[in-house]
Design a protein around this ligand. Sequence first.
Ligand code: GLA
Length: 404
Amino acid sequence: MLKRFLFAAIILLLNSHHLFAQKFEKLAQTPPMGFNTWNTFQTNINEQMLKNMVDAYISSGMKDAGYQYFVLDDGWMAMQRDSSGNLVPDPEKFPGGMKNFVDYVHTKGLKFGIYNCAGTLTCGGYPGTRGYEYQDARFYAAMGVDYLKYDWCNTEGLNAKEAYTTMSKAIKAAGRPMIFSLCEWGNHKPWEWAENVGHLWRTTGDIGAGFGSLVNKGTWSALGVTGILDQQEGLRKYAGPGHWNDLDMLEVGNGMTYNEDRAHFSLWCMLAAPLMAGNDLRKMSNQTKTILTNKDVIAIDQDALGIEGFKYYAFEGLEIWVKPLVNNGLAVCFFNRSDRPQKIAYDWKAHQIKDTLSNREIDFNKSVFRIFDLWIKKPSGTTNSILKADIAAHDVLLLRLNKQ
Ligand code: GLA
């Protein structure tokens, strides 16, 4: 009797789990990596230019470095749905049709992502998904979509949790595994409710290519690198394999200095952020390429533990960020956010590191770590010696520590 009861209870549990599971699991076990059209092109996209971008994705080494998704942001649609209510790819921008383009992306070994919005219209004024959730999800599945970025413009009267949950269920029902990227700008604290709804959620408003807190865009202000960084306070505990804090797409190669670009990239990796390149892949400078394809830095972001780093220390414009890694490793990022160069002399032994989230306590008097400098790509002694370095303004010293 007891056995039968237990059996029934287990079946019930399994079923209810199935019933409430809203997103595809096992996707995005590490932060998604890819390219997105928005930061450089906004809605000025077309099939030929995008195919060239796909080719450049491969030839530049981005795919080899681990980038996987090719995501079309806003502006891919015609202004109206068809008479059956289906979305229509803009026939002028995509003369060969969207399926043809998606197939092109897939034959190159990449995955394909697309954009829409929970509201009546997208931010760019194209048809939004409100009221068409299941139909649109089927359309994407038929097209071969692997990733959906879902925005939050024109959503008056909608409840964010409900709207994103509906789309999450619609994707699940359509049956094709897709990463579901919530782009709700952090307005309704998605970190508190979206773990089972999507795989990543934006934590802030839009990024711009600037280092400060705000970037002037004429009619509005975007957030700069430090502006976004400072809004991550307290969010760390919500991220983990399958569900990430999204710090917005990368601006590497879009106008900041080399130091600022690599600081931006390093910090996004320290925070286990999704890495979506937002520059023109067809014309990357060598410096930009060096940053975006640094495999050792990417490995910090993609570390299998999936634990976001934290700010360990901050004093007069110098911050130290720490990220626990597999095999008791650590990434340590000395970040000079001030406008002047800073000299550091850092005695590891005088600073213990304690992190309750990852249950780590490190006393460098008791354990010695080998140090590897991830930008210079060279070993840099051990934690037995005092670390001495000059860090340029808006730059980082990024180290990986492994136990000796
Ligand atoms: C919003 C999003 C951006 C981008 C644009 C497209 O601003 O936050 O990332 O998708 O819409 O219109």
